[in-house]
Design a protein around this ligand. Structure first.
Ligand code: HEC
Length: 268
């Protein structure tokens, strides 16, 4: 691990209990814990709430989202997430799940753009409808292989932008995503840092989000994960549903192609 990384996380490492010093054993323990919890995953509560929200007539137009086209045709959710982000003709944009949901809430339900983007992430005092919808739609891709296409020129362009963002260094520490996520066997605070430029680890990481975080008592979406890594990287806030966030998502989703989607999952 690079010296400055160690410096940054030394206080946390020092605070770890003695048994945790044996990294590999601990990683195995966390894995066991994960498997034990997978039988009863609280993420199901978010999935159920999301399904209700999908079917409920809401907004100024009093319409449900059941006519929303996520890329597989109006109303079809099965397998949709495994092929997102993708290009949509009606908006002439590449959209990921979240930005597409916003599009549908605006076009079908008549919400304003700002209303549709409100509360992207839940917290102690905030229930996020967006995260519930994301849990519902992603759950309908369980067992399906990631198959993000790079056919349309705008999809290709987004991939290249996402890749540039991944390797772009900046901020007070001169960090890039690649600083923490482009080599093998890096680890911070017992957390394995997946090499997201390699197929197998990229697949494993991407297909495991959203996840119910036991430590936070919250369901967290992939967009939350990116938002939080921007924060770790000391970058300015990643604007929810921005073209940049979609491009970075597309880059990472494409790297995970072929991996079987298996989320919402559960993480420590
Ligand atoms: C300073 C180091 C650091 C930087 C820079 C960083 N991350 Fe992370 N990232 C982490 C850590 C630590 C975790 C694991 C956190 C946890 O599990 O609690 C993580 C987790 C992730 C995960 C989830 C992996 C999994 O297996 O679930 C993804 C995806 C990710 N980061 C993407 C990114 C992207 C994209 C960027 C650039 C915008 C980035 N990260 C920048 C430290 C970093």
């Amino acid at each position: 691990m690079k010296r400055w990384l160690i410096a940054l996380f030394l206080p946390l490492m020092a605070a770890m209990p003695a048994f945790a010093q044996d990294g590999d054993a601990t990683v195995k323990e966390i894995e066991k814990y994960r498997q034990a919890l997978a039988d009863g995953n609280p993420a199901e509560l978010w999935e159920a709430r999301g399904e209700d929200l999908w079917k409920k007539k809401r907004g100024p137009k009093n319409a449900s989202l059941e006519q929303c086209d996520l890329g597989m045709g109006a109303g079809k959710v099965k397998g949709a997430y495994a092929a997102l982000p993708r290009y949509f003709e009606d908006t002439d944009k590449v959209e990921d799940l979240e930005s597409r949901l916003v599009t549908c809430m605006v076009m079908l339900q008549g919400f304003s753009y700002d209303q549709a983007r409100k509360n992207p992430f839940g917290g102690p005092d905030v229930k996020s409808d967006m995260e519930a919808l994301v849990a519902y739609v992603t759950s309908a891709s369980r067992g399906i292989k990631m198959n993000v296409a790079l056919k349309h020129p705008k999809e290709k362009e987004a991939f290249e932008i996402g890749k540039k963002m991944f390797f772009h260094r900046g901020g007070p520490h001169d960090f890039a995503c690649a600083t923490c996520h482009a080599s093998d066997k890096q680890r911070i605070r017992l957390q394995d840092l997946p090499n997201l430029t390699k197929q197998e680890p990229a697949q494993r990481a991407y297909t495991s989000w959203p996840a119910y975080r036991v430590s936070q008592g919250e369901l967290r979406s992939f967009q939350w994960r990116l938002f939080d890594c921007f924060r770790q990287q000391r970058f300015p806030e990643l604007v929810f549903t921005s073209q940049g966030s979609v491009a970075l998502t597309l880059y990472l989703a494409k790297n995970a192609n072929g991996g079987v989607f298996n989320a919402p999952s559960i993480k420590r």
